[in-house]
Design a protein around this ligand. Structure first.
Ligand code: 1GP
Length: 248
């Protein structure tokens, strides 16, 4: 990419306030399908494609999906890693993330230490992120052995997010878990936004423009949706509804 991914993201947040990213999971969709969905999401106005999922086990499938997506879209493609198998030099960037409320140091720092030299070797642009799992948690919470922050305890999310900010993490992701029946509550989003300066990413259980707008109004700067595009045939229309609502 001519311009660094982080610069693109920050420029767009500056001009639009809140942007949308589409998450594709190569365990749930083939590389071929991921590419079609990515192209349709691009047409709908999404800002970037994130690739990953809690149970991605094959580096081959991961790389295949990323390459196929890269071949058909101009958008940045960002790795959303669940483990070392997610690393591929075919992507533009990686959310270099620590699952802050995991009870297992593997997900907090050990896997990052093992993977960091490879991230450098591959020349991936790394964007440091504190990942905080909230409420439902889903597969990410289970696999990541997270001690989830209850939906109704925003002060705990603020504490973790503040630690992330002070550790120099430029992004904070409040994650309710893919397919969450209930997204992160607006009270938690607004509390984290109020007290932390890192760019605030919110995802899990957001399926429509109304839920996206609730998160934006509360202070989210990046909204991630995944399940929506896996279940929806009219991907372009549904993403356009969300993207245009966020821009308005
Ligand atoms: C999961 O936050 C993302 O990591 C997206 O969640 O699949 O519920 O949109 P959904």
């Amino acid at each position: 990419m001519a311009k660094h991914v982080e610069q693109l993201i920050q420029d767009k947040i500056k001009s639009e306030g809140c942007i949308h990213m589409t998450l594709l999971d190569p365990e749930k969709k083939s590389g071929y399908d991921c590419a079609i969905i990515a192209k349709n999401a691009e047409a709908g106005g999404t800002t970037a494609i994130m690739v990953g999922g809690s149970t991605v086990a094959s580096g081959v499938e991961m790389e295949d999906a990323v390459k196929r997506i890269k071949a058909v879209v101009k958008l940045p493609v960002i790795i959303f890693p669940n483990n070392l198998t997610s690393l591929t030099g075919a992507a533009d960037a990686i959310w270099f993330m620590s699952l802050l409320n995991s009870t297992n140091t593997y997900y907090v720092i050990d896997s990052q230490a093992i993977g960091a030299p490879m991230v450098k070797k591959l020349g991936l642009e790394a964007m440091p992120m504190g990942y905080i799992i909230v409420g439902y948690g889903g597969a990410a919470g289970y696999i990541g052995q997270a001690r989830v922050v209850p939906y109704d305890r925003p002060e705990l999310a603020v504490a973790y997010a503040s630690a992330a900010e002070l550790l120099g993490m430029r992004y904070i992701y409040l994650e309710a878990g893919s397919g969450a029946p209930q997204p992160v509550q607006p009270q938690m989003i607004s509390a984290v936004r109020k007290y932390c300066r890192s760019t605030l990413v919110v995802g899990g259980g957001i399926r429509d423009a109304k839920a996206a707008m609730t998160a934006k109004t509360a202070g989210a700067q990046i909204i991630v949706t995944g399940t929506l595009v896996e279940e929806e045939s009219k991907v372009t229309d549904r993403i356009a509804e969300i993207s245009s609502a966020l821009k308005a």
